[in-house]
Ligand binder design. Structure first.
Ligand SMILES: C[S@@+](CC[C@H](N)C(=O)[O-])C[C@H]1O[C@@H](n2cnc3c(N)ncnc32)[C@H](O)[C@@H]1O
Length: 363
């Protein structure tokens, strides 16, 4: 002890003093709540609040103001409360609340945006969808699918079912994780597109299918299946697991384009098959909220989780669009024509506000 003290004194006596530049970083933390449609707008609104209240911070008590936005807040809620969007990563968002959904539809990343090309409306286009869809390793894909499926499962009622769409890129990984988590696979639907884009390389068969796994949460608890309605919609023959339905049509893109938007027809069919009017439906990868639009057209309630500002804005516009009676009617008529929903029982009177379409959920 005495020895080390002597050494220290010697160092101080022998070495001249050194000058050090020390950076002190102070952060002023303050939480405020603002209403905004995007994270960028929220930051702008907060900056404006600072300017308006004339807050002047001197260098002594302020160095840096960090504005962070807690974006796990509701992004949009419809006036009737049957359509809610929350911005943020689905697993993180789900970890913040408890709720039991009746049905889930998930269209997760297929991990196929590796710079490939395809043909759309006669033009050669790149098939890349976005950063969220970039290819990954098989191990990472399994981990990703296990993580979100596990947190979604915790938010399903015991008799609830889940539908997950995919192609060969991701669907086998999804199936493996479902089994690990104790789901019971009920069907694997093959959606055979009646109008697939041509294969421009001419080195493969034309890709014309997607798969949709239908599974229930529990091995033992029975699920809901509207067998009779499906049969009725299929000219009174049992509906098979091959669905011949068209790819997305132009009329479904009235509020903008999402690179992997699903057709309303596919969603309307599976929602009717597996849920009753009034049911709560979750979509953890909401995109342009096709699931929510189909759910609301069919009298179900919806929660969509999505990261991207652009797609949330598009979803909100789509939801507002169907508040217009004429648009709503037009969409329902298209679904009737495509034999996705039953025709109305009563006579259609286009300009009457009394018009109910003959189904109670349109009241
Ligand atoms: C295949 S798209 C869904 C398209 C949707 N079915 C539709 O009809 O518009 C997947 C969506 O999930 C979003 N996404 C990706 N990772 C996410 C995550 N971890 N949490 C929430 N959304 C995510 C992407 O931004 C993308 O819009």
């Amino acid at each position: 002890m005495i020895y080390s003290l002597l050494i220290n004194i010697l160092i101080v006596l022998l070495c001249p003093g050194m000058r050090y530049n020390v950076t002190i970083q102070e952060t002023l933390a303050k939480t405020v709540q603002v209403e905004a449609v995007s994270m960028h707008d929220a930051k702008m609104a907060v900056s404006q609040l600072y300017r308006d209240s004339n807050i002047i911070l001197s260098a002594e008590d302020y160095i840096d103001t960090e504005i962070t936005v807690d974006y796990n807040r509701s992004y949009y809620k419809s006036p009737t409360g049957d359509f809610t969007l929350i911005q943020g990563d689905c697993v993180e968002t789900l970890s913040k609340f408890k709720f039991g959904f009746d049905m889930v539809f998930a269209d997760p990343p297929y991990f196929l945006s590796g710079g490939g090309i395809s043909c759309q409306s006669g033009k050669v286009v790149c098939v890349d969808k976005g950063e969220w869809d970039k290819p990954t390793t098989p191990e990472e894909m399994d981990a990703f699918n296990l993580r979100w499926l596990s947190s979604v499962r915790d938010h399903m009622k015991e008799n609830a079912t889940i539908w997950i769409s995919g192609t060969h890129h991701n669907i086998f990984s999804v199936q493996q994780q479902l089994l690990k988590l104790g789901f019971k696979i009920l069907n694997v639907i093959t959606w055979a597109k009646t109008n697939p884009p041509p294969n421009i390389s001419c080195r493969y068969f034309t890709y014309s299918t997607e798969f949709i796994i239908w599974a229930r949460k529990s091995q033992k608890v029975a699920h809901y299946f509207n067998y009779d309605l499906m049969k009725q919609l299929n000219e009174d023959k049992q509906m098979t697991d091959v669905w011949r339905l068209p790819a997305i049509a132009q009329w479904e893109k009235s509020c903008g384009k999402h690179p992997t938007q699903k057709p309303l027809g596919v969603l309307a069919r599976l929602i009717q098959a597996s849920s009753e009017p009034g049911a709560w439906i979750l979509d953890p990868f909401s995109g342009s909220a096709t699931t929510g639009i189909a759910a609301n057209l069919l009298g179900r309630r919806y929660l969509g989780l999505e990261i991207e500002d652009e797609f949330l804005a598009m979803s909100k516009a789509r939801r507002k669009e169907i508040e217009n009676h004429q648009v709503r009617t037009d969409y329902l008529e298209r679904l009737v024509k495509a034999k996705i929903i039953l025709p109305p029982d009563n006579v259609f009177v286009a300009d009457s506000s009394e018009y109910m379409y003959g189904v109670p959920w349109l009241l």
